[in-house]
Design a protein around this ligand. Sequence first.
Ligand SMILES: Cc1ncc(COP(=O)(O)O)c(C=O)c1O
Length: 402
Amino acid sequence: MKNATSYHVSDTGHYGEFGGAYIPEMLYANVEEIRTRYLDIIAEPSFQEEFNSLLKDYVGRPSPLYLAKTLSQKHGAHIYLKREDLNHTGAHKINNTIGQILLAKRLGKKRIIAETGAGQHGVATATVCALMNLECIVYMGAVDIVRQAPNVARMQMLGAKVVPAESGSKTLKDATNEAIRDWINNAETTHYIIGSAIGPHPYPDIVTRFQAVVSEEIKWQLEGKTGKDHPDYVVACVGGGSNAAGAFYHFLHDERVKLILAEAAGKGIDSGHSAATSILGTKGIIHGCMTLLMQTADGQIVEPYSLSAGLDYPGIGPMHAHLIKSGRATVHAATDDEAMMAVIELSRSEGIIPALETAHALAILGRIKFKSDDHIVVNLSGRGDKDLNTYLQYIEDHNISL
Ligand SMILES: Cc1ncc(COP(=O)(O)O)c(C=O)c1O
């Protein structure tokens, strides 16, 4: 096993040339408090006990590792689905919000803010705030509010206030800008639960650690089923990168495991309507960290596009940027149409309706030449209930007969 390059965060908050904390002065005290305290807080036995017990009895972990027989036959290998869609609230996002709400409580914060794209992180945040009786404000792009309406209703039902972001493309980036603005104005009382492995150090590391339960389970579940303690491939879609970070974490330094990221090509990588961040992006700063992002030559952010609200983001987590630049991870991009075909295929062949984000990971399986004894784990990051309207509309618009 080769371990010359570290893929974990350094003491200075970097992943190779990426990461760091580029924050306005007004947030310095908050971010510094989190940075200096998070490792100790997370290591406390009472924290670990509460975290693990909530993951088990509230979230429903471990999530199953399911051998998808039809998919395996199609690709001529053993394809397993890590069923994060079966978690309470319907996606991997809840693993992180459980951890961060426990952190926020120990930091003495009474008010929680979050950004959301697909609404899954917003729902997960609203859920843990209801559980812990904390005020919750969720920023969401006005466009996403329309395309992910069921999740808006769920957040409101849970007692959260959903605030529309009306700037830019009115999607995830703009919601994040609004959340940061709120945090600057309410820094003392408020904890910002970032939903992806993005943001200033130590957020990418915090989110990754809370999501690492996914790869920890994959290891022992796969060994229990096959006797093999590592998959040959782990495949995950990437917006900011939290589900990929969690699915990769325990395999980062195990070179036997190939790490595959699936990003959103939207209408095509070169169409001008894409969110294929790592392919179209260059090094720069977004939302507090140095990473790969889509930008013009003079550093203005290029508006991303994807049919999938959760992947419609111009940046990528700094750990992922490092994994890609160092060659440790490989990226493929799937278009809206390819993702939609993967949704229909999984629904019909396995009886599982995946989230539109997740479908990008399924859509790129055909790009890889597997061997018949390969074991592949696809992180099924979420379920498609929230996307049903989009699916039905797409099927009607494209005259698809089911
Ligand atoms: C189901 C699902 N998968 C994936 C993502 C992408 O986020 P990340 O890259 O942080 O996992 C989202 C974001 O909303 C999501 O809802």
